[in-house]
Write a protein that binds this ligand. Structure first.
Ligand SMILES: [Zn+2]
Ligand SMILES: [Zn+2]
Length: 283
């Protein structure tokens, strides 16, 4: 049986969340590592949050050869990049792909907008190894042996893509930051189930989706650009996805609060889980 392995290296949104109230679900920001069936090492990494540091430990001392695909450029999705030790070494061959910007600016310059003095000690080009920085456009791409569909989705402050990643047998949909209320309230008041979201999530094995907000927070905080957890479950249901992993937990959301979320929304159709760092899914 073919198994795609997906490791949750970081599940948090906005900032890391250390401390005793966050140990079970974890405090690192967004990062997923994907490993092909039969392979030892991950070759596709979704987002470069603080959790990216953990990917080094998956490589058994080897350099990273693969692609880091960014959903967008907010700090919590790229702050791990210069601390990815397995990629910051002479024998590494990393590629970073990020959403093409309306300005047409090249990827390296876009990344250098947040990663250069005085904001950070070095620029992207000063990382060790043979790095490639490139843009990714909406549409279908072949990346590291995966078929990846990229679609622009509403968020706030910067072009943001959701991705549908398939190895030919299993499909993962990744939408960590998504503000569906930008298109209206939708039939449940959680936001619109718009065509790009439905296409990305269509019959996916797992939908990893923004669950930053609880319903009582939506009215006051939707303008920050995130989704309510309930939207994720309804989207999975409407799109025919088999399971949903609630993701990008608010940085103040304690383990107990996330246990409560699991109790409230947990179900079998689709199967609902609350994403926790170190969980490995095999599809
Ligand atoms: Zn985020
Ligand atoms: Zn964001």
């Amino acid at each position: 049986m073919v198994r795609l392995r997906i490791r949750f290296c970081g599940v948090r949104g906005s900032t890391p969340a250390p401390g005793i109230d966050f140990v079970r679900y974890g405090g690192h920001t967004s990062c997923l590592a994907l490993t092909h069936d039969g392979a030892d090492a991950p070759t596709l990494v979704l987002d470069a949050g603080a959790g990216l540091r953990k990917v080094t430990g998956m490589l058994d001392g080897a350099p990273f050869t693969g692609t880091i695909l960014l959903s967008h450029l907010h700090w919590d999705h790229m702050l791990g990049l210069p601390f990815f030790a397995a990629a910051d070494r002479a024998d590494a061959t990393p590629t970073v792909l990020l959403p093409e910007q309306a300005s047409g600016e090249d990827a390296q310059s876009v990344l250098a907008g947040v990663m250069r003095p005085p904001y950070f000690p070095i620029e992207p080009t000063q990382l060790r190894g043979r790095w490639t920085f490139a843009n990714v456009a909406p549409g279908e791409h072949q990346i590291e042996g995966f078929t990846v569909l990229a679609r622009e989705i509403p968020h706030k402050g910067g072009r943001t893509f959701g991705y549908r990643v398939s190895d030919g047998h299993s499909t993962l949909t990744y939408m960590p930051d998504h503000c569906p209320t930008a298109f209206g309230p939708g039939e449940h008041g959680f936001g619109e189930y718009h065509p790009a979201a439905l296409e990305l999530a269509h019959e996916a094995d797992v939908l990893v989706h923004d669950a930053q907000l609880f319903p009582e927070e939506l009215a006051a905080e939707a303008h920050f650009g995130h989704a309510v957890a309930d939207y994720s479950v309804e989207l999975a249901r409407l799109a025919g996805a088999r399971s949903v992993a609630l993701f990008h937990h608010r940085n103040t959301r304690t383990d107990n609060a996330l246990d409560g979320l699991a109790r409230r929304l947990g179900g079998d159709s689709p199967n609902v889980s609350v994403a926790a760092e170190e969980t490995v899914l095999e599809l």
